[in-house]
Ligand binder design. Structure first.
Ligand SMILES: Cc1c2[nH]c(c1CCC(=O)O)Cc1[nH]c(c(CCC(=O)O)c1C)Cc1[nH]c(c(CCC(=O)O)c1C)Cc1[nH]c(c(C)c1CCC(=O)O)C2
Length: 349
């Protein structure tokens, strides 16, 4: 594929535990609705049309890179493209979010899923977008690929969208544990292939989003999330061998699982804003990189206050084995100049 040489490898160095000249920073959902240039493009195209059109996905991925001094880009897509590849309809409704009109209700519904899909074929548009974007980035910063984790995707497939309690998905865990594991395993096998193909297409780091970890506890996590997260990382690294890339796991609301996560093969553990950096470092030890964890809502405060909060956070994490980020995705009504204040403050640390 002959990609241009990488000029800024700060984030990859931090992920691998190597020395860095300054703390690298990127932001979850950095390409999104808080940017007027995204809203403009989005007014002309449906959400999944952007995801499925490599030229558009590439353009949106590059928007925050053109605006800010970020140390990584993340390919524009969504965790739910895997759910679509399994044969379910997913719509993105304005001011509602993702909607799956015909969710899984009973274990028999698993028969509806297209279980033996050709990942390269079904999700080829993601790989094309990655390859195109890696070329267009021209080596400026690394390109991150991502996936949803099995439990988080299972939640959407059963709830049919967002939920305050995840009670429908959790019902499966208690009522149909074996069938739940069957579904989680189907998702795991696809995710492994999906991530490997993202790297083959040009992704230089991978993040696994377990955004719904907050609905579990350590016992449920050990049965229905952890084993799959662990398998995803070791299988991807094993199969890619010398071509493997750093991997990040972000279990939102999963502070009860941080110790466990640090026993898996992930290089980086993403933290939400609910855990203190010093506490997290104590639990994880020095052999993993930490990523996070500024409260996304702190960006509503004035720029001077944002800078103070970033400096405080960075001093608690310290420069070694640390990647600055928010503790979850940036909200759509944040002033883009406030994000600039955060990024600049990280670089000044
Ligand atoms: C749970 C989840 C989803 N998608 C994702 C997650 C995991 C991260 C997290 O916990 O937030 C991941 C995701 N979704 C999107 C990205 C793009 C890359 C990036 O810039 O980070 C990434 C990494 C684009 C998006 N995904 C979505 C948008 C906004 C949709 C729009 O333009 O209408 C974007 C830019 C929609 C989406 N997609 C999803 C939800 C719940 C929503 C609605 C909430 C919202 O509107 O923010 C599912």
């Amino acid at each position: 594929m002959n990609f241009p040489a990488l000029k800024n490898d700060r984030i990859l160095r931090a992920a691998r535990g190597e020395e860095v000249d300054r703390i690298p920073v990127w932001v979850m959902r950095q390409a999104g609705r808080y940017l007027p240039e995204f809203r403009e493009l989005r007014s002309r195209y449906d959400f999944f049309t952007i995801c499925r059109t490599p030229e558009l996905a590439c353009e949106v991925t590059l928007q925050p890179i053109q605006r800010y001094d970020l140390d990584a880009s993340i390919i524009f897509s969504d965790i739910l493209v895997i759910v679509q590849a399994l044969g379910m309809i997913v719509e993105m409704q304005p001011s509602v979010g993702p909607v799956i009109p015909d969710p899984l209700k009973e274990p028999i519904d698993l028969d509806r899923l297209h279980q033996s899909i050709d990942v390269k074929q079904e999700l080829g548009y993601v790989f094309e977008a990655i390859t195109l974007t890696r070329h267009r980035l021209n080596g400026q910063v690394p390109l991150i690929g991502f996936t949803g984790a099995p439990w988080t995707l299972m939640c959407y497939m059963i709830e049919g969208g967002g939920s305050k309690t995840m009670s429908k998905a959790k019902k499966w865990l208690y009522k149909y544990p074996e069938e739940s594991k069957k579904l989680l395993q189907i998702l795991t096998d696809i995710i492994v292939k999906y991530l490997i193909e993202q790297v083959n297409a040009g992704a230089q780091m991978l993040q696994v989003f377990e955004s719904n970890a907050e609905y579990l506890n350590s016992e449920l996590f050990d049965r229905f999330s952890g084993p799959y997260l662990s398998a995803i990382c070791s299988r991807v690294k094993n199969e890619l061998k010398g071509n493997s890339v750093p991997m990040v796991v972000f279990a939102k609301g999963g502070h009860y699982a941080i110790k466990k996560l640090s026993t898996f093969d992930y290089d980086v553990i993403g933290l939400d804003w609910t855990i203190d950096p010093i506490e997290a470092r104590k639990i994880v030890g020095n052999n993993r990189t930490l990523q996070g964890n500024l409260d996304p809502c702190s960006l509503y405060g004035p720029p001077e206050q944002i800078k103070e909060m970033v400096k405080n956070m960075a001093s608690k994490f310290s420069k070694h084995r640390y990647i600055a980020n928010l503790g979850h995705g940036i909200y759509p009504d944040v002033d883009p100049e406030h994000l600039r204040a955060m990024i600049d403050a990280v670089h000044e640390c």
